[in-house]
Design a protein around this ligand. Sequence first.
Ligand code: HEM
Ligand SMILES: CC(C)=CCC/C(C)=C/CC/C(C)=C/COP(=O)(O)OP(=O)(O)O
Length: 302
Amino acid sequence: MPKSLVLASPTPVVALGLRDRLAAYWALTKPRITFEVVLIAAFGFLLGTPGPVDWARFCHAMLGIGLLSGGIAALNQWMEHPADGQMRRTATRPIPSGKVTPFQALLFGLVLTIGAEAYLCPTVNPLTAVLGLATAIGYVWIYTPLKTRTWLSTAIGSFPGAMPPLVGWAAAAGSLSLEAWVLFAIMFFWQFPHFYAIAWMYREDYRRAGIGMLPVIEADGRRTIRQTLITGLVTVGLSLLPFWLGLSGWIYLAGALVLGALFLQSCLTLARTRTNLAAKRVLRASVMYLPMLFLLMTLNRL
Ligand code: HEM
Ligand SMILES: CC(C)=CCC/C(C)=C/CC/C(C)=C/COP(=O)(O)OP(=O)(O)O
């Protein structure tokens, strides 16, 4: 297929009923990713709570974090809608499919992002708002433009990507501690198997849009596999630290080992078979692994 082929024509906005219009705006927030962001932030909040849980603050924090995650997802789509229109996976998104204009998406993203910041600062605490702002800048203004410039963009995007537990912790505690940074580190390394699996599955799509992720730029996939295995191992190794730090107990340790073994098994299967199906299993395993690990950590503490 020629590189220049545009899968979704940049049509002007199509006439939509209210329901479809709302659905298009909802899609701009990348709801499934935003859901996982809020979930991990919620675990971060509970883990960072020093005494009894302040449920009012918890609700404010989750609402603000959800709005922020949705807002930056919309801004990301505003910035990369030409590339999204070139890829099968993203060609049906609200902007390339003409359901929302780029300007509407920009406005929506700004309102949500600025609104979230203005909400988090007084109702939760300034530290949470500052970390949220750093996440927005890191994701929208640093990671997104770098996607077409360097294969290292994914490693850079992992910094804002790892913020949910840190932001959740800050919302509860009003400060950050070693334990919070350990949660950040687990999530930072977790992302490598996650996005290498995705980049493997969609490498033709990414190539067409000029996004040179590692599986796109290397011919044989060896570095992708090596980095997937190493970062998978580092993730599982780091996942044992909450036990040693006294954040969680024996049930967590046993569960983390079982979950880690399953996650690593999916990475090893990808290394052995190098198929798209195996990459899909790594993606599924990664999406399950993280919330289950944090759930165990939190339950075990309670
Ligand atoms: C540099 C970091 C990351 C990159 C490049 C990345 C990229 C992607 C992409 C392209 C997909 C779509 C896969 C598909 O359509 O089949 C995806 C799925 C997903 N990602 Fe990530 N992601 C990253 C980090 C994160 C983070 C930090 C979270 C959450 C806290 C997350 C949660 C998810 C979830 C839940 C899905 C599945 C969504 C679904 O079911 O459609 N990702 N990721
Ligand atoms: C606290 C808080 C609000 C945290 C937000 C965390 C965050 C920034 C998550 C997104 C991580 C990420 C790099 C996703 C991929 O985007 P992509 O542009 O590569 O994906 P795409 O190709 O599907 O658009």
